[in-house]
Ligand binder design. Structure first.
Ligand code: GLC
Length: 574
């Protein structure tokens, strides 16, 4: 075959994949935290030119789409989740023309783009908020936000005692032009992120326009930040002790569904229709699934699964409830091991308590990174085998651990500061990626003397893309193998559980795949099978699956007279 015809075949495959309007039902979506992905101009901050230069890496990894955390102009009071202008790229990252080029170039490689929309709040530097401050109490400008007089004598008390998602109060008092204390404004996150008033028509119209702005530029979908928080009870009651369904004053209110229905209509105006992915943190599976009804969002992040400990019963329960809740609305589940807000899996799974909870994060938690890495490898095979779409946070494919010894004076995350320094914050999972070489900046920046915005540990020399690409046993090679195998549509059959004991998760996907995960301490016998497709750790000499390991198997050959399976078959990709 001539080189030209190879290229033609690849192009046809890419085009076919891009015509699949249902791609989001089974896609692998890679989360790019731009600031920490790759720095092309050498200022220590990742940028769009850096992402463009690394697109071949993402193609070779085998991802279907990229989700970019906010790349818009922002003072970065909360890592870009404080947007000052949705239609401009932050100058630290590049230009709108570069974003357009990036979207096009990614598509040429068969990779779609998802952008982040942050509708609950804007930056305090956003022109609307600046206008609201200037216009004063009772103004039309203020009605786009939640300005309110204080309670008590002199209005010194906050309008409500609501607690911020970042700890501390949710109201900040303004100062009148004459220097006297003024109204308070609501911010469920930091004071630099004033909440918008979603009862206001301008707020609704502006966001639909922002969606069109990016859809017109060829993005395939949006990730909706803090999607269950937008609507507030305008009577501003306190949070009841045990709010009933829809009874919380600023979480999961019924009126939200009307917003997402109208966004879905905007998404459906496009060909192919654009996709809505919600960041919905809700314990109630049924209320969660309501957001995924056929005329609302397409998918939402499965934080229930993400937060579960490395425990067979806990994970199985989450998988079952997830699948059942999604079945009811015809939406695909998503599988998420981490993102830019939570502890890296390699670290979390190496702890005595391997669940995730913002409330219990602290410095100095004992961690067995070797065990964590072993489990994270197994978790990669588990999540890739489950029905639905898969989210992969940059650096997890390299098995990066959380960096827990960043110099305190370099920490930037408001979660750290607002906790009074108790919560280490989220900087530890946002350290720039190591690409190559043996010392920082590990190819993240183009010159050896560049200083990444958060320092990379010297010990990351063996975790670089370059190093791992050459090591058949690396996390990167495991991810490449599993994502390549996962592309086969034959592996998307229905899930059927197999019983291999209480510490094992085992299931078949249709007629073509068995996945077995051993979360117990002892090795387990494999079920009857054909070829060993992929293992996260070598099988023991008796062909058993060791502790904290996973395997993908082909089912046994159909003919009952065929030879017994050879359990010791070597997996090709280790
Ligand atoms: C979401 C983002 C997080 C951000 C918060 C406020 O949870 O993932 O990074 O801090 O919203 O926008």
């Amino acid at each position: 075959m001539s080189p030209e015809s190879t290229v033609t075949t690849a192009t046809i495959e890419v085009t076919d994949a891009l015509h699949d309007a249902e791609w989001w039902r089974h896609a692998v979506i890679y989360q790019v935290y731009v600031r920490s992905f790759a720095d092309a101009d050498g200022d220590g901050t990742g940028d769009l030119a850096g992402v463009r230069s690394r697109l071949p890496y993402l193609r070779d990894l085998g991802v279907d789409a990229l989700w970019f955390t906010p790349w818009y102009r922002s003072p970065l009071a909360d890592g870009g989740y404080d947007v000052a202008d949705y239609r401009t790229i932050d100058p630290a990252f590049g230009t709108l023309a570069e974003a357009e080029a990036l979207i096009r170039e990614a598509l040429d490689l068969g990779i779609r783009t998802v952008v982040d929309v942050v509708p609950n709040h804007v930056s305090d530097q956003h022109p609307w908020f600046q206008a609201a401050l200037a216009a004063g109490p009772g103004s039309a400008e203020r009605s786009r936000f939640w300005f309110h007089p204080g309670r008590g004598r002199g209005g010194h008390q906050m309008p409500t005692g609501w607690v911020s998602s970042f700890a501390g109060p949710t109201w900040t008092r303004t100062t009148n032009p004459d220097g006297t204390p003024g109204e308070w404004y609501l911010h469920l996150f930091t004071p630099q992120q004033p909440d918008l008033n979603w009862d206001h028509p301008d707020v609704r119209a502006e966001h639909e326009d922002v969606l069109r702005f990016w859809f017109d530029r060829g993005v395939a979908g949006i990730r909706i930040d803090s999607a269950a928080l937008l609507v507030k009870d305008p009577t501003l009651p306190e949070v009841p002790e045990a709010p009933g369904p829809g009874g919380h004053p600023h979480l999961d209110r019924d009126e939200l569904h009307g917003i997402y229905r109208s966004w879905r209509r905007v998404a459906e105006e496009y060909d192919p229709p654009r996709v809505l992915v919600g960041e919905v943190w809700l314990a109630d599976h049924r209320r969660f699934a309501d957001y995924l009804r056929p005329d609302e969002m397409h998918t939402a992040f499965n934080f229930d699964f993400m937060a579960r400990p490395w425990d067979a019963a806990a994970l199985r329960e989450s998988i079952e409830t997830t699948l059942e809740a999604h079945r009811g609305v015809g939406a695909p589940a998503t599988w998420v091991l981490s993102n830019h807000d939570v502890t890296r899996p390699v670290t979390r799974y190496g702890r005595a308590d391997s669940s995730f909870d913002f409330a219990t994060k602290g410095f100095g938690t004992p961690t067995d990174l070797e065990l964590g890495r072993r489990r994270a490898r197994a978790a990669a095979l588990l999540t890739a085998a489950l029905p639905g779409s898969l989210y992969l946070y940059q650096g997890d494919e390299l098995g990066l651990p959380e960096v827990e010894d960043l110099p305190r004076d370099l920490l930037q995350d408001p979660m750290h500061f607002r906790s009074g320094g108790v919560d280490p914050g989220r900087d530890g999972c946002r350290v720039p990626l190591p690409w190559s070489g043996t010392r920082p900046p590990f190819g993240f920046s183009p010159t050896p003397d560049a200083e990444p915005w958060l320092p990379q540990p010297d010990r990351w020399a063996t975790l670089t893309v370059e190093h791992q690409s050459a090591d058949p046993g690396s996390m990167l090679r495991l991810y490449r193998s599993v994502l390549a195998l996962r592309r086969d549509p034959e592996l998307r059959g229905p899930l059927r559980w197999l019983d291999l004991g209480p510490c094992v998760l085992a299931f078949a996907r249709g007629e073509h795949l068995l996945c077995v995960v051993n979360l117990g301490a002892d090795p387990v016998d494999l079920p009857p099978h054909g070829e060993v497709l992929l293992v996260s750790a070598p099988l023991d000499p008796d062909g058993r699956l060791p502790h904290d390991a996973a395997v993908w198997l082909a089912p046994p050959p159909a003919t009952p007279t065929s030879a017994p399976p050879d359990a010791s078959t070597e997996a090709p990709s280790l």
